[in-house]
Design a binder for this molecule. Structure first.
Ligand SMILES: [Zn+2]
Length: 312
């Protein structure tokens, strides 16, 4: 049994995107009171204040951070030309999502928990250093990786991104950086269009990016066997000091945006495999952050399966 902390903040309910798939109802489904019947050992903990702006600007330009703050607070409705909808409260909610990740990092590093899941929104893995993209404001997982390196003095960090969409923002941030191994499994082709197997990193970061594109309709068994055959050996070779998961649940077979075929038990199995890697190489240090997942019942059941596998 592991101790698994669950971070969910009521601010989650204030990022009002209106009639959008990345909606408040997602956070309502993941509120601790809603999850308790599915995760009997749920250990919900408060999100604590950190110097989030300092850590955001380790990854994003100060100019971009100011743009997000002033655009949200000034009442702008779209942060990009596409689909990144915000409201006046969205900046504060995005800070809370970063604070949740940093709170989880402290709890894991100080031994107050073994691992953690941050059930926060907005998601982060499409956010670029100077641009919002794909419902994402700040790159929560990338910021967490930098915090673990610069505040907690860890060396190598591995990020496994199983969201159905390619984690182009995280990839971009660490493309030349061998101290972060980025592994993305995603449907291909699919928006945002990047993530071919030929994208392997550049310069010193060559071979510390691994993209595993999956054709639409790939059966779950095939997906999971590629996970075992490609993701796990890569992590075993890299030997990270901490393992992060960009946990989108839109590769679920019922998701409206993706065309992959995962089920709750597939998420549980991948979680168990990653827990084993974390136990072998990272003293169990594993932090998972919510990304996508837009079928509400599938999202809730998948998060529950993920949590139960982190705990067991
Ligand atoms: Zn996604």
């Amino acid at each position: 049994m592991a101790r698994t902390a669950y971070y969910w903040d009521p601010l989650n309910l204030e990022h009002d995107t209106g009639p959008h798939v990345e909606c408040i109802a997602r956070a309502e489904r993941l509120a601790p009171g809603e999850m308790l019947s599915l995760v009997p050992r749920l250990d919900a903990r408060p999100v604590l204040e950190h110097d989030a702006v300092h850590w955001i600007t380790q990854v994003h330009s100060p100019h971009y951070h100011e743009f997000v703050k002033s655009a949200c607070e000034g009442g702008r409705r779209l942060l990009d030309e596409g689909d990144t909808v915000v409201c006046r409260r969205s900046y504060d909610v995005a800070l809370a999502a970063v604070n949740a990740a940093l709170t989880a990092a402290d709890a894991v590093m100080q031994g107050h928990t073994d691992n953690a899941f941050c059930a926060m929104r907005p998601p982060g893995h499409h956010a670029l250093p100077t641009r919002a993209m794909g419902f994402c404001l700040f790159a929560n997982v990338a910021i967490l990786a930098r915090y673990l390196q610069r505040q907690c003095k860890l060396g190598r960090i591995a990020v496994v991104d199983w969201d159905v969409h390619h984690g182009n923002g995280t990839q971009d941030i660490f493309y030349n950086d061998p101290s972060v191994m980025f592994i993305s499994l995603h449907q291909f082709p699919l928006w945002p269009g990047s993530g071919s197997a030929e994208e392997i990193g550049e310069g010193a970061g060559k071979h510390t990016t691994l993209n595993i594109p999956m054709a639409p309709g790939t059966p779950e068994a095939e997906y999971l066997s590629r996970f075992d055959a490609e993701v796990i050996p890569c992590l075993e070779k890299y030997k990270p000091d901490a393992l992060l998961i960009s946990a989108g649940f839109d590769a679920h077979r019922d998701d409206p945006l993706g065309g992959l075929m995962l089920t709750e038990s597939g998420y549980a199995r991948m979680t168990q495999r990653l827990r084993d890697v974390a136990n072998r190489h990272c003293s169990g240090r594993l932090i998972s952050c919510l990304e996508g997942g837009y079928n509400l019942p599938a999202l809730q059941c998948s998060v529950a399966a993920h949590m139960n596998a982190l705990i067991d």
